[in-house]
Write a protein that binds this ligand. Structure first.
Ligand code: ATP
Length: 256
């Protein structure tokens, strides 16, 4: 296993945001964590990335314990987070934003090759190379954020809610590129999403998180066939509804 999370627990003061979380990510696969607002998805990624420290539990990355390490130490090992809300450097050009991802790398040829790859995945970023990233649309900023993370040579790319604020079409486009990144480079992906339909469609393995706990785990294909998952997460009809937009969560449910 590339990533093996064992009994992870994170608190904010008196609030347990995440408890008893067990999860694995295999090499070369897209693992999706689904959950409503406040389920603990961001807490999970921030804990894995070293942004917040867990109260207990283990995070084994390539067999080595990384829980409690600083965020930059975790990133240097190849566990790289694209945070929610993109967070590009607005006054730097698109090119400089991408290069920020590569700041710790020395191999100029490899960096140039990776920029080339990012331009193939996101041709719009090539067109906007010299523009300030803050002037781009939300979708384009998401592309910059993913590109910048890729430039830091991740072994596991962690994406926090990449669909947030994007149109259904752009969301599909972003997820299609996430799959291309996996297919063309073998990079594993851990993505957390409220948009269950899109995550289950594009992911390989899936987890469902509610109130800080994992309540279901299976392949994404198997999860999308489950009656209760369809009912609670896919709006009952399965798939993405008539308009092609994913249905959001309707209600909380206790899973057995
Ligand atoms: P969202 O999709 O809204 O980001 P989420 O599934 O990522 O939701 P988290 O942001 O991880 O959920 O939040 C999990 C729980 O922890 C929520 O109850 C939230 O209110 C609480 N929480 C998150 N951040 C903090 C914080 N800095 N201080 C206190 N409580 C927090």
């Amino acid at each position: 296993m590339l990533l093996d999370v064992q009994n992870l627990e994170t608190w904010y003061g008196p609030i347990a945001a995440m408890k008893g979380v067990n999860l694995t990510v295999a090499e070369g696969r897209i693992t999706a964590v689904l959950g409503a607002n406040g389920a603990g998805k961001t807490t999970l990624l921030n804990t894995l990335a070293g942004v917040v420290d867990p109260f207990k539990g283990k995070v084994l990355f390539e067999g080595v314990e990384v829980q409690g390490l600083d965020a930059d130490a975790v990133a240097r090992r190849g566990l790289v987070l694209v945070p929610e809300g993109r967070q590009v450097y607005p006054f730097l050009s698109v090119r400089d934003n991408l290069m920020m991802g590569a700041f710790a790398r020395r191999d100029r040829d490899a960096i140039a090759r990776d920029i080339e790859r990012v331009h193939q995945w996101f041709p719009r970023l090539k067109e906007r190379d010299t523009q300030h990233a803050g002037l781009l649309s939300g979708g384009e900023q998401q592309m910059v954020a993913i590109g910048r993370a890729y430039l830091s040579a991740p072994k596991l790319l962690m994406l926090d809610e990449p669909s947030l604020g994007l149109s259904p079409m752009l969301t599909q486009e972003i997820f299609t590129i996430i799959r291309r990144i996996r297919d063309e480079t073998g990079t594993a992906v851990l993505v957390v999403e409220q948009n269950a339909a899109v995550a289950l469609k594009h992911g390989d393995d899936g987890y469902i998180m509610e109130l800080g706990r994992i309540v279901a785990a299976d392949t994404c294909a198997a999860l999308s066939e489950k009656e209760d998952v369809r009912e609670a997460y896919l709006g009952g009809g399965g798939g993405e509804g008539l308009s092609g937009t994913a249905q959001r969560w309707k209600r909380r449910k206790t899973w057995r």
